[in-house]
Design a binder for this molecule. Structure first.
Ligand SMILES: Nc1ncnc2c1ncn2[C@@H]1O[C@H](COP(=O)(O)OP(=O)(O)O)[C@@H](O)[C@H]1O
Ligand SMILES: [Mg+2]
Length: 329
């Protein structure tokens, strides 16, 4: 469905050149559900906008839904759906009519378009807004209408740029449900970007981790966690002094090379946490360092990102300014 090879995009402004995307290779098979995960400014939107022919790459090539993004942009566009980041354009019809026009523009009959519009209005919680002019809607309402517009014609390949940013938890859950249904009912190939770790983990079958314009990992969430992060064992002691001595003891062991120590707590990152923990507890007991509480947690995608980049994606996403403002090139 997608074969992209060595895609790059540089933006040159008066002051400087930004290398937004620096050589992306990406293959997506029909029927896959892929998340592109990365912090703000990583190059997610730029990648999507090249794949959807909205931006011409600086170099590199891509075939999308069987057509070339450089030489056959019209064919690409007719075979894909795209919901851009941020709240959309100044639609000026009523929400329901926008949806029906969109369906008609993609070749649906009026009846089909009506039926599909009602489905989407119900499932994306748009019933209160379907009869209002879209220019009068709130940010979250516009966002849901944008998504409904992208889902109207059930294209074989759908790109969603940060679909759930700005939605409340209930609407986010509805959207996830809808995306899953597109997959199971229409076999739609879906590529979405996100900086939400749990969203990538729960929704995607494959996660492409991107940072500074390059892909740094690409696999199922399970394999990423198994390969790049370990289980987390948190040991709590009654006294900070015990925690400190226990930390020294544990760091001397080969299996628990990664760890931190803070106050009465020691956190270790290990392979096979539940297998290792009993032995550790016994050793500490024997060394007269009794453990007051122990907790074993499976790794998250944030641990993966942290181990790959040295930064927490949670912090990176929160601390960067909104770098997604469009600056005219
Ligand atoms: N039109 C543009 N002109 C100049 N710089 C841009 C433009 N679009 C994006 N950038 C820059 O390219 C980098 C990647 O941006 P973007 O693809 O929007 O990242 P993401 O979607 O991952 O947050 C950022 O540093 C951003 O500021
Ligand atoms: Mg973006």
């Amino acid at each position: 469905m997608i074969h992209a090879s060595a895609l790059t995009k540089h933006f040159t402004t008066r002051k400087r050149t930004v290398e937004a995307v620096r050589g992306i290779d990406l293959n997506v098979e029909a029927g896959e559900m892929v998340a592109i995960l990365g912090p703000n400014g990583a190059g997610k939107s730029t990648t999507l906008r090249m794949l959807t022919t909205l931006l011409l790459p600086t170099s590199g090539t891509a075939q999308v839904a069987g057509a070339d993004i450089r030489t056959q942009p019209r064919q690409v566009r007719s075979r894909i759906g795209y919901v851009g980041q941020g709240t959309g354009s100044g639609y000026n019809q009523r929400g329901r009519d926008e949806l029906i026009s969109q369906g008609r523009a993609y070749g649906m009959s009026t009846d089909q378009a009506r039926r599909r519009a009602e489905e989407l209005i119900a499932s994306l919680d748009l019933s209160n807004v379907a009869d209002r002019r879209s220019s009068s809607l709130s940010g979250g309402q516009k966002r849901r209408l944008d998504i409904a517009l992208g889902l109207m014609h059930t294209p074989p390949l759908l790109f969603l740029d940060e679909p759930s940013t700005g939605l409340d938890p209930q609407n986010r859950a509805n959207l996830h449900e809808h995306i899953r249904e597109l997959r199971s009912r229409h076999d739609t190939t879906i590529v979405f970007t996100t900086h939400y770790l749990d969203e990538a983990d729960q929704l995607a079958e494959r996660v492409v981790v991107i940072d500074h314009g390059t892909i740094i990992a690409d696999d199922t969430p399970e394999r990423l966690k198994a390969e790049y992060a370990g289980d987390r064992i948190t040991l709590t002691f009654d006294r900070a002094d015990d925690a400190k001595r226990a930390f020294g003891h544990l760091m001397a062991r080969a299996e628990s090379a990664r760890g931190t120590h803070d106050g009465v707590r020691v956190v270790l990152e290990v392979d096979g946490g539940s297998r290792l923990a009993p032995a550790l507890l016994r050793e500490l007991e024997e060394a007269d360092l009794p453990v007051a509480a122990v907790e074993i947690a499976r790794p998250t995608l944030d641990d993966v990102f942290l181990n790959l980049t040295g930064r927490s994606l949670r912090d990176a996403a929160a601390s960067e300014p909104a770098a997604t403002q469009e600056v005219p090139a």
